[in-house]
Write a protein that binds this ligand. Structure first.
Ligand code: FE
Length: 133
């Protein structure tokens, strides 16, 4: 496990663009079909927009039709942390960055094989590094 990054809300606010702060730190959700990685098929690695940790590979991304970038697997299980989320009166599983704790999205069990998982991730929580998979 890589060292944890711990920053105050004020520090994050200084470093992140407001729309990224709203998702990563305030656990917001971008409107569907608006994110720059929803339809994005270039080969490469998706990294955390908060701390740069590698999170997902382009060859494990698929089009779920949800309007958000969807992956059936993280690069490895220690890159993300799964947290029970009972907000909005429904039980979901939140996905946060395993290194900085930034909110990424949620994971559902209606994804494709071989995992059956759908990591539903905000484009605003990601940056992209071309190549290298
Ligand atoms: Fe992070």
């Amino acid at each position: 496990m890589e060292p944890k990054i711990s920053k105050s809300k004020e520090e994050w606010k200084r470093e992140l663009a407001p729309e990224k702060f709203q998702v990563l730190i305030d656990k917001g959700t971008e409107p569907p079909f608006t994110g720059k990685f929803n339809k994005h098929d270039t080969e490469g690695i998706y990294v955390c927009a908060g701390c740069g940790q590698e999170l997902f590979r382009s060859n494990e991304k698929y089009d779920s039709g949800s309007g958000w970038p969807s992956f059936w697997n993280p690069i490895s299980n220690d890159k993300v942390e799964l947290v029970p989320d009972n907000s909005l009166g429904i039980h979901r599983t939140e996905v946060v960055c395993g290194r900085c704790g930034g909110h990424l999205g949620h994971v559902f069990n209606d994804g494709p094989q071989p995992t059956g998982e759908r990591y539903c991730i905000n484009s605003l929580a990601l940056d992209f590094e071309e190549g290298g998979i």
